[in-house]
Design a protein around this ligand. Structure first.
Ligand SMILES: Nc1ncnc2c1ncn2[C@@H]1O[C@H](COP(=O)(O)OP(=O)(O)O)[C@@H](O)[C@H]1O
Ligand SMILES: [Mg+2]
Length: 283
């Protein structure tokens, strides 16, 4: 089954800006897909439409998650909660409540599975607590479970957000530039853990990224956006510097800033050619 099915998705903002232009995209269950594109290309807008945070333009725009429509005819479906429960969203700016403990933040992820009065009273079922601790352990931050979320580093907060996806029992993770505010080592850790969610926990992942080298390292498939249109959808290793230059012109430089230090020799060779294309593009 398709985890995500998008047909002719178009979004025109009130100011007339067409942020998505007839996007077609199908992602199968179990895939991990990178979404790349320069700033303003429509990555966040696309992810927000998949999650059903924002309504699209009217027909023919259509988004279906795990066989259930979430957007149709320019409206988010009325019965959206059971669908959203399957989707975990990870934001670039860590979205934990700073004054609450890490485990409480993670348990809030189980929100729709726990009755309201229990949530308000802070009484979560024992099973949920156990799952939350296990999930924090799986993401390597179990020892921070009872600390205030604000004490965690950015990377640790993103790992808590990933733990929340497990507690929520999400089937799809949508991550909007989750590593953009992280140092390289934390970024690597977060990408590896998303890979764990994908491979071991069988979650479908779409992750928007600013840098093509990261997409190539972690995702077999990359979808590239430019001005709200899908300009590439295929094997990540087919996105050579030349292809990128062709797709983006001088804007390709923005995507070609590899972290040479941590990359493998083969990647380093590629990085060198990225760098030369980048400088060619900017000159
Ligand atoms: N709420 C909004 N109102 C008007 N224009 C918007 C709004 N949100 C985004 N845009 C515009 O839509 C385009 C795509 O933005 P966005 O999805 O944030 O791109 P990305 O995430 O790739 O940087 C940009 O031109 C942006 O300025
Ligand atoms: Mg964005």
């Amino acid at each position: 089954m398709d985890a995500i099915r998008i047909e002719r998705l178009t979004k025109t903002f009130r100011n007339g800006r067409k942020a998505l232009d007839s996007v077609d995209l199908r992602v199968q269950e179990g895939e991990m897909v990178a979404l790349i594109g320069a700033s303003g290309s429509g990555k966040s807008t696309l992810l927000r439409h998949i999650a059903g945070f924002t309504a699209s333009d009217p027909a023919p725009s259509h988004v279906t998650l795990l066989g259930r429509p979430i957007q149709q005819n320019g409206k988010i479906v009325r019965e959206v909660r059971p669908i959203r429960r399957d989707v975990a969203f990870v934001f670039q700016q860590f979205n934990l409540v700073g004054r609450l403990s890490v485990i409480t933040n993670v348990l809030i992820g189980a929100l729709s599975l726990v009755p309201l009065w229990r949530r308000l009273s802070g009484h979560f079922p024992r099973g949920e607590r156990t799952l939350a601790l296990d999930s924090l352990d799986a993401m390597g931050i179990g020892e921070h479970a009872y600390e205030r979320a604000s004490n965690l580093s950015g990377g640790q907060q993103q790992r808590a957000a990933l733990a929340r996806a497990l507690v929520q029992r999400a089937r799809i993770v949508l991550a909007d530039e989750p590593i953009a505010s992280l140092d390289p080592e934390s970024a690597r850790r977060v990408m590896e853990l998303m890979q764990t969610l994908n491979r071991e926990h069988k979650l479908t992942v779409i992750v928007s990224l600013h840098q093509i080298d990261v997409a190539m390292k972690y995702c077999a498939r990359t979808v590239a956006l430019h001005d709200g249109r899908v300009v590439f959808d295929g094997a990540s290793d087919k996105l050579t510097p030349a292809v990128l230059l062709d797709l983006y012109g001088t804007a390709a430089t923005e995507l070609l800033t590899p972290d040479v230090a941590e990359s493998k020799p083969s990647m380093r060779a590629q990085s060198a050619s990225f760098a030369s294309v980048a400088s060619a593009a900017s000159s």
